[in-house]
Design a protein around this ligand. Structure first.
Ligand SMILES: Nc1nc2c(ncn2[C@@H]2O[C@H](COP(=O)(O)OP(=O)(O)OP(=O)(O)O)[C@@H](O)[C@H]2O)c(=O)[nH]1
Ligand SMILES: [Mg+2]
Length: 468
């Protein structure tokens, strides 16, 4: 069982922290940031005077012996109007490791300690300047690998994600008031629990949550990227397809069935979404070859972990996609599949070939699309790229928040509690419905950090960089 505590209740009086906010190495300017109650004294000692609030002041910084360390700009942000909510001093000096290290060491001498990774953001969170989802968005913005991921992170940082979660919590609170009141007046409870009004409110909360979850799932894909496994029978053209998508010769291609043995990975980006392609050993009935058997085991494991599967068949040899039909039962539950009919260059009048020749049953059971193409000639590859781009939501970022697996999981659990509450209400089980609604609300609280365990916070902030 995980114990959650209101985190704001357990924080003590903070000390003053210092770190370089810019990355190590040479650069035009480096920023050293100091935050905490001792900032006014440290500033007075280092700069001789406390700079005016939020105005750049040119100053000379000296070590204990009075030797000049650097000349630069000092900026003072008095509490609570700063990033951390504490007194903050920013020193903008020349960008070089020696200067920065001397300056940090001097501030430590004057009473600060070196900050842990993410400690500035953690303080901003603890002082209610930002909530947990916003703090995480800072790290996501810094780590963003594409323009779309950065835009989604900015949206979360500005609080759009938190507002959507909080609006859902608010609607849920209203609903709980109704249900709890009904329990308190048992004579009327039964009628009330079955009322249309209550049902409509629950549906409203479910719809709001579904929208937030959808935005978060899309955001999580932008941040984390998609893992796409390529599988099929030996010689179907899996490695050729991977090379075509990657635009480089990553995998060995030969006419010999069983060429690929190990998993091969390559990173690509489509529509601003990072994707990891995994080429796998061809799947076929047991051969005596121990290496191939191990390769197939790895292939199946990779398929099980992937977000999406491209199942490749040789459309010239196997127009009915029997290979897929034979494998289908052994594919992991729930993996989304795109069926690729490859080598259509070998079929006369190939355009529009695939699909029309397919048994309709192929489209059922997890197959989201069927595409005919030629990995060797490039025919149909544009459609595949468009299709893959669409898996992460078309080019638009509308309603997409940068979100992490942690958020998506909490929102999914909240959604499951709402579904359960719905069943309990239908069964006129007021107490049980109230319990489920409470649990749903607790899950939403975890997203924005109203209820979070110390362990969780430590885990989140330790993944940040130092000085953030
Ligand atoms: N005509 C034609 N040949 C193709 C196409 N794609 C692949 N091939 C050929 O098919 C053979 C097998 O291709 P691979 O990409 O190695 O197939 P694979 O599925 O990776 O095979 P294994 O690694 O053995 O499982 C090679 O000779 C390729 O040149 C295609 O679209 N058209
Ligand atoms: Mg191969």
């Amino acid at each position: 069982m995980t114990v959650t505590v209101p985190i704001r209740a357990v924080t003590g009086s903070p000390d003053t922290i210092v770190a370089a906010a810019t990355p190590p190495g040479r650069g035009g300017v480096a920023v050293v940031r100091v935050s905490g109650p001792a900032v006014p004294q440290i500033a007075a000692a280092l700069l001789d005077v406390l700079p005016p609030a939020r105005k750049a002041m040119l100053s000379r910084w000296r070590d204990a012996a009075g030797e000049l360390i650097d000349i630069g700009l000092a900026l003072y942000f008095p509490a609570p109007h700063s990033f951390t909510g504490e007194h903050v001093l920013e020193l903008q000096g020349h960008g070089g490791n020696v200067v920065v290290e001397q300056l940090v060491a001097r501030v430590v001498e004057l009473g600060a300690r070196r900050a842990r990774p993410g400690e500035f953001s953690e303080r901003a969170f603890l002082n209610d300047r930002i909530d947990l989802a916003q703090a995480e968005a800072i790290a996501d913005l810094i780590d963003a690998g594409s323009r779309r991921a950065a835009q989604a992170a900015l949206r979360s940082l500005q609080g759009e994600f938190s507002q959507a979660v909080n609006a859902t919590r608010e609607a849920l609170t209203q609903l709980r008031v109704y249900v709890e009141a009904a329990i308190d007046f048992p004579e009327e409870e039964i009628d009330f629990l079955g009322s249309e009004e209550l049902r409509a409110r629950l549906v409203d909360v479910q719809q709001r949550l579904a929208a937030v979850l959808h935005g978060a799932e899309r955001g999580a894909v932008l941040t984390r990227g998609l893992t796409i496994a390529i599988a099929g029978r030996p010689n179907a053209g899996k490695s050729t397809l991977m090379n075509a998508l990657a635009g480089q010769d990553v995998a060995i291609v030969t006419p010999i069935a069983g060429t690929t043995r190990d998993l091969l990975r390559v990173q690509i980006e489509i529509n601003g979404v990072p994707m990891e392609l995994i080429d796998t050993a061809g799947l076929r009935d047991a051969t005596g070859d121990a290496i191939e058997v191990e390769g197939m085991r790895r292939a199946r494991a990779a398929i099980g972990r992937a977000d999406h599967l491209l199942f490749v068949v040789d459309a010239a040899e196997d127009p009915a996609c029997r290979a897929f039909e034979e494998e289908r039962a052994s594919l992991p539950e729930g993996v989304a599949v795109t069926l690729i009919g490859n080598k259509i260059d070998l079929i006369d009048g190939n355009s529009g070939f695939i699909g029309s020749n397919l048994d309709q049953s192929v489209m059922a059971g997890g197959v989201g699309a069927v595409l005919g193409l030629s990995a060797a000639t490039g025919l149909g590859m544009d459609s595949l790229r468009r299709h893959l781009g669409g898996l992460a939501g078309e080019g638009s970022n509308e309603g997409t928040f940068s979100a992490r697996a942690r958020h998506v999981e909490a929102l999914r659990r909240a959604s499951a509690h709402l579904d359960e509450a719905c069943h309990q209400l239908a069964a006129k089980q007021g107490e049980l419905a109230a319990f489920e609604l409470r649990e749903a609300q607790r899950e939403l609280g975890e997203v924005v950090g109203d209820v979070s365990s110390d362990e969780l916070l430590g885990h989140i902030f330790s993944s940040f960089c130092i000085g953030k």
